[in-house]
Design a protein around this ligand. Structure first.
Ligand code: AMP
Length: 403
């Protein structure tokens, strides 16, 4: 089943005068009590605005950090209420608990259009245990439940899973947008379609590769991962990061790719260095010319040129993981150049680009193109599990909710 089928959007719910309990992911980066990156808040704002405009009373719940089921001031969401207020341009109240009398009094006193943020869900150990009684205590606050947090939907936690048993359940605008973008790239992409899979290790991406093989026309393998494939093809890759124990896995992935008419695209040259540090002396090497005391840290200029040509013929590109050790210059070159080329094609309306997962957002930020891709997911674990073809419990629960 496609990720989007059977899911009701909050945009289609009658919310006038009703209380909507919205699960957001407001687990934002914070330093000394100040939010340092508001991306997640900004993406969430449209859902809150829509609910306000339609006369709903909005009660927002979220986790923040890992307080391990204990009340801990360090993990209070209070500073986030202030950041949300700024982003929203209207007042955001705050309640010091998400269940019980404090929460009930505060939420039940809301007027239409008013917004309240409730304290960290994870101050209660029941949240991460998907505890039904805790979910029921949350549910008494509201008439309708709305999940707007794709990034936590891979967790069967009370506020994303058990709660759907007690309230009519909908997806928020940003969750809908994310599911639509991911579905457009994986379930029914415009062809030809390729996945660019980079990053450090093959071992962490085996389920991703297995799921992508039958769906993609090409899989472009980069980063440290590619080294294990090169080793499997018999190249001497010197001191490069690789996983000799996964050479057989790489071989079997290449064999399965052939069965599935999926082309595995590996680098044709490399940038190598003896040290992994900024400004280290580096050289371009042919694949059969990697010095035995050197490491492959990026794809080479020929690979960059080849990939740029390849991109021109694609209609859809799914991107997960950097092509090289992008945190250290000059080994960011391959990632930056290919990201920029993909962004240009996207801006020209020729390519749909969907990216996400862990270091990918940081890599695209380095290239300065995050805003130019069709969609960039800020979800780490949830994005990877979705790439692996797993049904996310939070998304499945929205589909199955009969409350
Ligand atoms: P992942 O978390 O699996 O997406 O891997 C991202 C990490 O892979 C980044 O920290 C990169 O520096 C690293 N990486 C990518 N290419 C290489 C390479 N050729 N050698 C060593 N590390 C690499």
């Amino acid at each position: 089943m496609s990720s989007i089928e059977g899911i009701k959007s909050i945009a289609d719910a009658d919310v006038q005068g009703k209380t909507v309990l919205v699960r957001a992911d407001l687990n934002v980066p914070m330093e000394e009590g100040r939010v340092t990156d508001t991306t997640r808040i900004d993406r969430f704002v449209p859902t809150v605005k829509l609910l306000q405009e339609r006369g709903a009373k909005v009660a927002i719940i979220s986790h923040f950090g890992r307080p391990k089921g204990q009340r801990d001031k360090k993990f209070s969401l209070k500073p986030v209420a202030e950041a949300l207020e700024k982003a929203l341009g209207s007042p955001v109240k705050f309640a010091s608990d998400c269940v019980g009398e404090v929460a009930e009094k505060a939420v039940w006193a809301l007027q239409s259009g008013e917004v309240i943020l409730l304290e960290n869900l994870r101050f209660h150990p029941e949240e991460t245990k998907d505890d039904e009684n805790f979910a029921r205590r949350l549910s008494v606050l509201a008439d309708i439940y709305c999940n707007d947090a794709f990034s936590v939907s891979h967790r069967a936690h009370a506020s994303v899973h058990a709660i759907t048993k007690f309230l009519p359940s909908y997806a928020g605008l940003s969750l809908m947008k994310e599911l639509e973008a991911l579905s457009a790239a994986l379930d029914n992409p415009e062809r030809p379609t390729a996945a660019l899979v980079g990053g450090a290790k093959v071992s962490t991406k085996i389920p991703v590769l297995e799921n992508l093989l039958p769906r993609m026309d090409q899989i472009i393998v980069g980063g440290g991962m590619a080294n294990t494939f090169l080793l499997a093809l018999g190249y001497d890759i010197g001191k490069s990061l690789c996983e000799p124990d996964f050479v057989d896995t790489a071989k079997s992935i290449m064999a399965k790719a052939e069965e599935n008419n999926c082309e595995i695209v590996l680098p044709s040259d490399a940038v190598c260095a003896r040290e992994f540090k900024a400004g280290a002396e580096s050289e371009v090497c042919a694949l059969d010319g990697v010095p035995s005391d050197s490491m492959i840290l990026d794809i080479g200029p020929q690979s960059i040129a080849d990939l740029k040509v390849r991109l021109q013929d694609l209609k859809t590109l799914l991107w997960n993981g950097p092509l090289g050790a992008f945190e250290v210059e000059p080994f960011d070159t391959g990632t930056v150049e290919i990201a920029r080329a993909a962004a240009e094609l996207t801006k020209a309306g020729k390519l749909v680009t969907v990216a996400g997962g862990g270091d990918t957002v940081a890599a695209l930020n380095t290239a300065g193109v995050t805003g130019d891709f069709t969609y960039v997911s800020t979800a780490g674990g949830a994005f990877l599990e979705w790439l692996e073809g797993k049904e996310l419990p939070g998304v499945a629960a929205l589909r199955q909710s009969t409350a």
